[in-house]
Every structure is written in structure tokens, then in C-alpha cells.
Design a protein around this ligand. Structure first.
Ligand SMILES: Cc1cc2nc3c(=O)[nH]c(=O)nc-3n(C[C@H](O)[C@H](O)[C@H](O)COP(=O)(O)OP(=O)(O)OC[C@H]3O[C@@H](n4cnc5c(N)ncnc54)[C@H](O)[C@@H]3O)c2cc1C
Length: 294
């Protein structure tokens, strides 16, 4: 398949990229091209202009800024997953990236591109939601900060305005000793997940859960948090009964989508199972972390 004709522009600066995007008509950012190029080839997208930001070195970075791990828009997924700051402070992000497609895709795809594209079965929007990440943007009207909780608005849709560029995503650094888990179920390794989830737990000195964050993906148009489950496990030592309640609450409160890949019932059952194992694994990690803190 071949794309419809388009004009290709390689931006030499963020300001130039913003100008080209605003000049349109119907211009789109090209980052890693791992989602956009297949869509062009299948003619699911027909932008008139592509504004390539992949070679903007100023946006190719991973850094700690203001208590957040900040990832620039040109940073490739593989480089981010291997980065020492990510491995030290946010191993859950490295684990999530490791489940994206294949290494060839991760070598070109960007973290910010995945957030901007927002496939409901994508790993990184769920991690962003669980961690209350911030999405930094730049456009004709200046800079903006979007909280992840209000950024993902529907299937392949976000709060991003057509003239806005995601310049970076900021993940708050979890408190030391936070336990985490990330897992997904897909038909084959490298396929998009049918259902996936992540959990982050912090325990208090007495070994009870002080803070719990859980997010699922592949179950709805956007990633979802499970506030009833988070509330149920907080303040407990995650006994067998509490875990059973977490599974029940997941099944009761989740209303998964059905499609040609999986039924709603299947997704509900897998989600409940993933919540069980993710909570147990994150709790074990948190207890081990709090022991090594002491
Ligand atoms: C075979 C295959 C398997 C895959 N499996 C997975 C998977 O399991 N999980 C998963 O999450 N993804 C998967 N992907 C997609 C991959 O992760 C992409 O890299 C990612 O979705 C988009 O990142 P990108 O940098 O390639 O963006 P692009 O493809 O360049 O862009 C995607 C969209 O986001 C917009 N965009 C990109 N960057 C910005 C920006 N900075 N500001 C504003 N808009 C922007 C573009 O305009 C476009 O609309 C797969 C892709 C392939 C081809």
C-alpha cells in the first residue's frame, strides 16, 4: 500500500516545527513514524504536510527536572528503557516499554509519540495515568501542561490541540521503596495487548499499604484507574481476603469493550487476574524496598 501524496518538512527547531504545524493545512507531526507511517500506508490518515521532529536533538533527552523524570519528544523508546535514570528511578517504565511491539519498533518509536497517538491498547498512556504524569506541549499559543488524568479523551484522541506539539512527558518520581508490577496478555509476543495493567504500591513502616495506584489498558477507549480497588487495599496488609475483594471490585466496576479480538467477559476476567497478580507483586516489591530503606 502507498500513502496519499504529502509534503515532507524536516523541522530544524521546535519553533519552526510549531510554525509549520500551525501553517497547515492539515499538517501532522512525524516522530518515530511507527504508528503514523502504517496509517499513511493504509490511507487511514491523509495529512497534507508531515513535520518531522525526529532529528531535533534538543528534544532527545531523559533528565530529572523538579522531582520528575522528564523525557523529551525525540527520545526513542529503546534509549529511554535503557537509560540509567529510568532504570534507577522508574523501572516500571522500562518494563512497559519492553512490551511494546518488537525491538525494531522501539528503536524508532518515541515515548511522547505513543502518548500523543494514544492507542487504547498502548502501554505508556496507562503508565502515565497511574503515575499522574504531566504532558508538556508547545504551540501557537505558547506552552501548556496537561495532566495525564484529563489528557486521554477517547480512542486515538487526546486533549492535544491540532497546533500543539508534545515536547516532553514528566513522570513524578515514585517515593523510594515503591513496589511496582507491569503485565499484559497478548496473543503473541509483540502483539498489542488484549488487556494489560500496572500497579504501584508504597507500604508504611507497619507493612500496610500507604498508597496504591492501579491502571489498566486495552479495556476501554482510554486507560482506566481503579479507585475502588485502590481504596480497598489502602491501609491493609493485603491479606488473601483483601486481594479477593480487589478481584471482585475489579470485575464489578470494570465495563470492558468487546471487539474482534476479545469479548467483554474475557477482558473482565483477565483484568481481574492481572489486578490480583500485579497487586501481590507490587506489594512484595514494596515490602522488600521498605526493608532495604530501613
Ligand atoms: C508492528 C507494530 C507493533 C506495535 N506494537 C505496539 C504495542 O504493542 N504497544 C504500543 O503502545 N505501540 C505499538 N506500536 C506503535 C509504536 O509504539 C509507536 O512507536 C507509537 O505508537 C507512536 O510513536 P511514534 O514516535 O512512532 O509516533 P508517530 O508514528 O510518528 O506518530 C503517531 C501519532 O502521534 C503524533 N505525534 C507523534 N509525536 C508527537 C508529538 N511530539 N507531538 C504531537 N503529536 C505527535 C503524530 O502526528 C501521529 O498522529 C506498534 C507499531 C507497529 C508497527
Amino acid at each position: 500500500m502507498k500513502p496519499a501524496p504529502f509534503t515532507y518538512r524536516r523541522a530544524r527547531s521546535l519553533a519552526e516545527a510549531a510554525d509549520l504545524l500551525a501553517a497547515g493545512p492539515d499538517a501532522k507531526i512525524l516522530a518515530g513514524g511507527q504508528s503514523l507511517v502504517p496509517m499513511l500506508n493504509m490511507r487511514l490518515a491523509r495529512p497534507e504536510t508531515l513535520v518531522d521532529i525526529a532529528s531535533l536533538d534538543a528534544l532527545d533527552y531523559v533528565d530529572i527536572v523538579d522531582g520528575h523524570l522528564e523525557i523529551g519528544a525525540s527520545a526513542r523508546q529503546s534509549a529511554v528503557a535503557a537509560h540509567p535514570l529510568v532504570r534507577a528511578h522508574l523501572p516500571v517504565l522500562a518494563a512497559a516499554i519492553g512490551r511494546i511491539g518488537h525491538s525494531q519498533i522501539r528503536n524508532r518509536g518515541t515515548v511522547c509519540g505513543s502518548i500523543a497517538h494514544h492507542d487504547p491498547a498502548a502501554e505508556l498512556p496507562a503508565v502515565a495515568l497511574a503515575l499522574d504524569a504531566r504532558i508538556l506541549t508547545y504551540g501557537a499559543h505558547g506552552t501548556s501542561v496537561h495532566p495525564a488524568a484529563s489528557f486521554f479523551t477517547g480512542t486515538f484522541s487526546t486533549a492535544l490541540a491540532p497546533d500543539e506539539i508534545v515536547t516532553a512527558v514528566q513522570f513524578p518520581l515514585p517515593e523510594p521503596g515503591t513496589g511496582w508490577a507491569f503485565d499484559e496478555v497478548a496473543r503473541r509476543s509483540g502483539d498489542f495487548a488484549l488487556v494489560g495493567g500496572t500497579a504501584l504500591l508504597r507500604t508504611a513502616a507497619d507493612g500496610t499499604v500507604e498508597r496504591a495506584r492501579i491502571a489498566l489498558f486495552g479495556v476501554a477507549a482510554t486507560p482506566v484507574r481503579l479507585p475502588a480497588v485502590e481504596e480497598r487495599v489502602t491501609g491493609t496488609a493485603l491479606s488473601r481476603d483483601v486481594l479477593a475483594d480487589a478481584v471482585r471490585l475489579t470485575a464489578e466496576t470494570l465495563h470492558p469493550t468487546a471487539d474482534g479480538h476479545a469479548s467483554a467477559d474475557y477482558r473482565r476476567e483477565v483484568a481481574a487476574h492481572l489486578v490480583h497478580t500485579a497487586l501481590a507483586d507490587a506489594f512484595a516489591g514494596a515490602l522488600a524496598g521498605s526493608r532495604s530503606d530501613a
